[in-house]
Design a protein around this ligand. Structure first.
Ligand code: NAD
Length: 261
């Protein structure tokens, strides 16, 4: 028996087969969930459609999360075609390339607002739209990174956006708790994806991470998928407003003066 049997999940953020959202979709599919997908831009459809169809989905809708009308259209379609949903996955982030290099102090107002609009406000907007489709409760899952808590040079404006995203998770958890809608984030270690390719020096991140983390390895989209099954299923019915680390233990470390003998 699958851990998500009988559940419907609407997944935002698959761009290709390296996307964290795709790791989540595959794990959800294995656990028996019915899946529905939304993608960001027309030019992504040719990648997303075959992936979605390979896990039996026929709900594959365009939604630029900076556009209220797109969000409205997708959730109206979801109401009509899916009825209710049990799990909402938000695996979306964006910042201008120039704001993911150099110094944070040089972030422009426009770049700051863009990163927060796409990467943070979208969670509020999607949660609000999903609420009426979760009459019996549900689980909302977003993706964050430890650059929210500690300085990760070059992650810059995205670190600040992730801090806001994590606070957003807590405030949404409070608001939606009475409706039995749980809101949690997975804080993943660095993974080579399209979004990560925008971060200057990302390869160095991967190496330093594996050197320092207690498990001495990078994490995979499959491992994030397993954590998402936990958060999406009744196994986590007592958990909301939380940040679950899937990072080989990196976040427990302080100053590392020497590598392991
Ligand atoms: P990805 O590029 O595969 O996914 C990012 C997604 O955001 C893409 O599908 C993209 O289309 C979507 N997106 C961007 N702008 C959008 C918009 N306006 N409307 C709708 N969708 C939009 O990369 P990923 O690494 O899988 O990123 C997924 C999430 O995981 C992000 O929140 C990212 O910050 C987070 N995360 C990534 C890492 C990592 O190292 N890759 C680590 C921790 C957290």
């Amino acid at each position: 028996m699958g851990k998500l049997d009988g559940k419907t999940a609407l997944i935002f953020g698959v761009a290709n087969d390296r996307s964290i959202a795709w790791g989540i979709a595959q794990a959800f599919h294995r656990e028996g969930a019915k899946l529905a997908f939304s993608y960001a831009a027309e030019n992504l459809e040719r990648r997303v459609r075959p992936l979605a169809e390979s896990v039996g989905a026929d709900f594959i809708e365009l939604c630029d999360v900076t556009k209220d009308e797109d969000i409205e259209r997708v959730f109206a379609a979801a109401k009509e075609r899916l009825g209710t949903i049990d799990v909402l996955v938000h695996a979306i982030a964006y910042a201008n390339r120039e704001d993911l290099a150099g110094r944070f102090v040089d972030t422009s107002r426009e770049g700051f607002l863009l990163a927060h609009n796409v990467s943070v406000y979208s969670l509020v907007a999607l949660a609000r739209a999903a609420r009426p489709l979760m009459p019996n409760g549900g689980s909302i899952i977003t993706l964050t990174y430890y650059g929210s808590q500690k300085v990760a040079p070059k992650y810059n404006v995205m670190g600040v956006a992730k801090a806001a995203l994590e606070a957003t998770v807590r405030y949404l958890a409070w608001d939606l708790g009475p409706e039995n809608i749980r809101v949690n984030a997975i804080s993943a270690g660095p993974i080579r994806t399209l979004a990560a390719s925008g971060i200057s020096g990302f390869r160095d991140y991967l190496k330093a991470f594996a050197d320092i983390a207690p498990l001495h390895r990078n994490v995979t989209i499959e491992q994030v998928g397993e954590a998402a099954v936990f958060l999406g299923s009744e196994m986590s019915s007592g958990t909301t407003g939380d940040i679950l680390y899937v990072d080989s233990g990196y976040n427990i470390m302080g100053l590392v003066a020497e590598t392991r003998e």
